[in-house]
Design a binder for this molecule. Sequence first.
Ligand code: ACM
Ligand code: ZN
Length: 748
Amino acid sequence: MLRYLFLLFALSGQVLSAQNALIPQPKSLKINNGTLPFSKQWTIVVDQKSKEAVYLKDFLNEKFKWKTNVAKQAITGIPAIYLKLNKNIPENAYKLTIAKTISIEARNEKGVFFGIQTLIQLLNENDDKGKLPFLTIDDQAGDFSWRGMHLDCSRHFFSADFVKKYIDFIAMYKMNSFHWHLTDDQGWRIEIKKYPKLTSVGAWRSGSMIGAYSNQEFDNKKYGGYYTQKEIKEIVQYAKDRHITIVPEIEMPGHAVAAIASYPELGCSGKQIDVEKKWGVFEDVFCPKDETFTFLENVLTEVMDLFPSKIIHIGGDECPKESWKKCAHCQDLIKKYNLKDEHGLQSYFIQRIEKFLNSKGRNIIGWDEILEGGLAPNAAVMSWRGFEGGIEAAKQHHPVVMTPGDYCYFDHYQGNPINEPFAFGGNTTVEKVYSFNPIPKELTIEEKPYILGAQANLWTEYILDSKHVEYMVFPRIAALSEVLWGKKSSYDEFQKRLFNHFSLLDRLGINYSKAIYEVVGKSQLPNGKNAVTYSLKGFDGANGIYYTLDGTLPSVHSTPYTGTFTLDKSATVQAIYFEQGKEKSKVFTQDIFVSKATGKKVNLEFQPKEKYSGMGAQTLTDGIVGDPAKFGTDWLGFSGDNLVATVDLGQIMTIAQVKINFIKSNENWIHLPQKVSVWVSKDGTNFNLVQEVNQSYVAKQLGKLNLQIKPQEARYVKVMAENTTKIPSGFAGAGYPAWLFVDEIQVD
Ligand code: ACM
Ligand code: ZN
């Protein structure tokens, strides 16, 4: 009995050592009895020429500095890794066995390649253990056929060598699609033989924005670069060898400034313009005239010659309609084809390009704006402004790739902004990515298969070099890969595996974020008390967290966190996660404000959008003032609607000051309110206006209002903020409802 108990113990120990670091985790892993001594010399045995064998050999020799050969037969004394094709194994699957020898079997080379990725992770994980556990892995991709990553090479340019490295990252996680964003306002990056000015002119701008968009500062340094067709061919082959399809994106009809700067006749006005130095959305877009279509068809012909992908991305997002409204040709087209408006013209544009690509045996995919004015008959949709566009497309039985910003935009912050490099905004933590489900619950069984999969997008306005790209991608790519490969576990279990997986990233010299160690804090739903109830969570739950409230840096001598605590006065919470006395996280800091309104009930006349609804109305009195860098949390976001919030202080008291904050982030469609007013009442029915300010005042205060009022008695305080119902022309998202982001009403 004792012997069996011991065996069970030993086995369960081994289960852990083989499943500790695999990402994405395999469908099935069985530990068998026995171990294989570890070796840094291997023979990869294949019975025919195999690119996969060469890939594995090069990987182990170059990255791990081992000695590995490829041979037709095993060599005595050197352990063997067999790579075998086996038609009995299904598509997208492989079987990996570790016994006296190692073998990977699959139906085809792609399956073998997946198995190789798992083997590399197993070898790394067990390198310091002196042996490999006997095991059998049966693994197969889940339902998602699109497991992708995107890279914007226009806003910043990355070398052909780095693009290959990026493809290696995608391969590491058994993902299969690379969306290469090659053209945009700030630079055209693909050589087109027929139109040399696209790269002699369009690939270069005379400067770039420095720092935050709101600073409007520029460096005035010539910046640019492009990929030659020779380089592109090499990169396409490199990706193919890794079983990755490159989906090139040629943006139209908007985001076309670099093209129009090269050939001004492509725009409506014919005016000479410059390649953009600024980030954003611009009014100069392609004019839908015959010459433009000839140009685009010629460009796409060269693109198709370079990229074998069945799907070509034609952009379609953020196309302002101002120049079309002013253009006689565009207006004539609207009349001629009986189109409803400029959205109809955008739809005409996309459909005409679709027809051309379809005639060459290719299909289009576009950002979700291509739904507006009517979807092209065979188009796939990339849903980026949330899930809605994808839901609508799937309901119309069109293929969909999900890339909703909150989960898939890796240009967002992944940790506390003060500890992170400057980023676009948002708050897309590893945990958030891991919680992503690409299939919306709104879809029926019949509609769900239209969701091909998902991808993360990396826009590079604020990402200047390849090390920073790595930082934004890792480790979020690991979380996404597991979502897409299809077998998820709890986040806590994933996080432990990720922690072990970091040793592979270290070994490969990848620059990754350690934000998962950070402490995060959360205020709890107020319970009627005039106080803030606050909780902390670290890498190991509540364990290992020490915190202070007096502004001093926490140490292991500070208060150990044991659970939720309550503050009835303003304070600054600072917390650090320690492991065995060693500081593992940067400091987490949160100011808590307790005012007369804190914890009090709030009534909202209009509701915020669900994804920006925090804890509901009570978010406005939870003691936390939202951080403008993270509009994903702690803020209420209203789309088009006004804020009408009434705080019930519970009893009549003297008040003399009301504070409230707004975000200005016009590039994210977030605008300051047109007007803010404060009203007070003793009975909740009759309100008196006590303060009113306009937008320019709010702008001068940078969105942070501290409104003094004549000291008076009141029980109810109503704050009204008038949204910019429609984004004005010249701004990103012109014509759409603006967002109004509001947080924390403080009354004293
Ligand atoms: C996008 O982020 N404009 C697709
Ligand atoms: Zn025009």
